[in-house]
Write a protein that binds this ligand. Structure first.
Ligand code: HEC
Ligand code: HEC
Length: 141
């Protein structure tokens, strides 16, 4: 059927040209219509998406922070989270992590803030491992 329509006679190529012209016009018109804001609903949408943007950027910041701490401890999200519920504090690692977040903040608040010195973070002690070595090596004889 289509091969019949598109065969190489003059009439059909003319038809094809007017068809594609009509198609182009249609596309332009609908694109123009789409680009025109409907003023009544515009402000509501703007407000809503503003609040959603804030929430989104907060969530994004949390996620980015989580990626950083995972890297600094050399673990994945699953070490501390049950992915069904990121709020759950059931895991031992989650509980310690929450304590160590406070600890890290305490160090930042007490001068390790990156201004005069190193800014405290998980890497300061963890060095890419979940359980940093805490045993001082025996002194050499
Ligand atoms: C070392 C442990 C640890 C790792 C690894 C970790 N998280 Fe977290 N995550 C926490 C702790 C602790 C909190 C709670 C922070 C708080 O209470 O302020 C948290 C909070 C969150 C929240 C917010 C939950 C809420 O309250 O709505 C999300 C989402 C999240 N983590 C996602 C991730 C993702 C994704 C990864 C992997 C890239 C990850 N976490 C890796 C410990 C961890
Ligand atoms: C001042 C040093 C220090 C800082 C800073 C620090 N930690 Fe720790 N962390 C430790 C030490 C020491 C251990 C205990 C290692 C052991 O038990 O063998 C530990 C243990 C942990 C554990 C438990 C490991 C386990 O399986 O028992 C988690 C989880 C943890 N830290 C998360 C974090 C996170 C997340 C941060 C950054 C927000 C952080 N820590 C910052 C020193 C630190």
């Amino acid at each position: 059927m289509f091969t019949q329509f598109f065969n190489n006679t003059k009439i059909n190529s003319l038809r094809l040209k007017s068809l594609s012209f009509a198609l182009t016009i249609t596309i332009f018109c609908s694109l123009y219509a789409l680009s025109q804001p409907t003023h009544a609903s515009e402000s509501i949408i703007a407000e809503k998406s503003g609040a959603a943007d804030n929430l989104k950027s907060e969530e994004k910041a949390v996620r980015e922070n989580m990626v950083v701490i995972s890297r600094q401890l050399g673990v994945t999200c699953l070490t501390c989270h049950n992915t069904d519920n990121f709020k759950s504090d059931k895991k031992h690692e989650f509980q310690v992590a929450r304590e160590h977040m406070k600890l890290t903040q305490m160090l930042i608040d007490n001068g390790m803030d990156g201004k005069k010195s190193y800014k405290a973070d998980c890497y300061l002690c963890h060095r890419g491992v979940l359980k940093p070595v805490i045993q001082e090596p025996k002194p050499a004889k």
